[in-house]
Design a protein around this ligand. Structure first.
Ligand SMILES: NC(=O)c1ccc[n+]([C@@H]2O[C@H](COP(=O)([O-])OP(=O)(O)OC[C@H]3O[C@@H](n4cnc5c(N)ncnc54)[C@H](O)[C@@H]3O)[C@@H](O)[C@H]2O)c1
Length: 307
């Protein structure tokens, strides 16, 4: 039975990954400090270590006898990262290094890093970003993710660990914690269901790639074993561009309400055009996103109504 450690496994994407690994017959451990994650999202079958990824002793314990580390624990807010640069660096960069060293010391085979589209420079409207697109992050969060990528790609092979870097695009789905700063889909659905207005920052013509968490999880599972993925940065998205204005209309339709959107000032750190080119993911991970945005939004709204 292969063994996995999922850092951030009590969080949004991590908890779905834990479920999928257990279903695929893995033995699973979770390391999470519950900063945004929830203990009840970790199934009883997974062994739970509560604590910080920067705690090297705990990291070493959690990595013992593990085959693959899926490192998802992070501070994840672009906007918040301007006020909390030090904390983003500590968790996302130093925390990654501590986990990588612990993984190496424990003889872990593979280290899969959750990175982000926030590492990219802005792109021309109507284009999709291949992994060769320049990296020039617009936020401290993006910088921390890019630094973590570089450290992992450089240091893991020297430690005898196989690195794989996945660049997730805007991920949506059940279990994303509601925060005013992260997850436009969760924010819009929550507020519209409560009859509250939603703010679209800027003109709303910024284009995003909304990828369902089930597709992201399948890419993670493939990254855990596909040999062609080793040493690579790989985009994980839907491959479809949707503007925030279009998303707002789709969500209003799914909620069956009169759209109640106002426009606010543009936010620093946000890309105007961010859509994934999936050529590499298709080749190296045999990845094919299956979720259809309209269908998944309707499903998500139905789930939110049941809460
Ligand atoms: N959600 C997205 O759209 C998106 C997009 C690109 C990349 N990502 C990346 O995917 C990963 C998972 O993000 P998510 O959306 O599930 O966010 P999330 O906040 O739900 O999950 C992060 C988890 O990490 C835990 N955590 C935070 N700091 C920690 C620390 N110091 N030690 C231990 N645990 C800690 C949190 O408690 C939480 O459970 C992150 O690395 C994020 O950067 C997410």
């Amino acid at each position: 039975m292969p063994r996995a450690l999922v850092t951030g496994g009590a969080g949004f994407i991590g908890s779905h990954l834990v479920d999928a690994l257990l279903a695929a017959g893995w033995q699973v451990r979770v390391l999470d400090n519950l900063a945004t994650g929830r203990r009840e999202q970790v199934p009883d079958e997974a062994e739970f270590f509560e604590g910080n990824v920067g705690d090297s002793q705990l990291a070493q314990q959690a990595c013992q006898a593990v085959d693959v580390v899926f490192h998802l624990a992070a501070r994840v807010s672009v906007r918040d990262s301007f006020d909390f640069m030090v904390e983003h660096n500590t968790t996302n960069v130093t925390g990654t290094l501590v986990m990588l060293k612990a993984a190496a010391a424990a003889g872990v085979t593979r280290f899969v890093l959750a990175s982000s589209m926030a590492v990219y420079a802005d792109a021309e409207p109507g284009t999709a970003n291949a992994e060769s697109h320049p990296t020039r992050p617009l936020s401290p969060y993006g910088i921390s993710k890019l630094a973590a990528e570089e450290f992992v790609l450089l240091a893991a092979p020297a430690f005898g660990v196989e690195p794989v870097v996945l660049r997730f695009f805007n991920t949506y789905g059940p279990r994303q914690a509601f925060s005013p700063y992260v997850g436009v889909v969760t924010i819009f659905i929550t507020r519209l269901l409560q009859g509250l207005p939603c703010t679209i920052y800027g003109e709303g013509e910024q284009c995003r790639d909304f990828v369902h968490v089930s597709d992201v999880v399948r890419a993670c599972l493939a990254a855990g074993h596909e040999s062609a993925a080793v040493g690579q940065c790989i985009n994980v998205g839907s491959g479809r561009g949707t503007t925030v204005n279009e998303l707002a209309m789709l969500i209003a339709k799914a909620v069956v309400t009169t759209p109640n959107f106002t426009h606010g000032p543009e936010q620093s750190g946000e890309l105007r055009n961010s859509v994934a080119d999936l050529t590499r993911a298709r080749q190296l991970l045999k990845y094919a996103p299956a979720a259809v945005l309209e269908e998944r939004l309707a499903q998500l709204v139905a789930e939110f109504r049941l809460r």
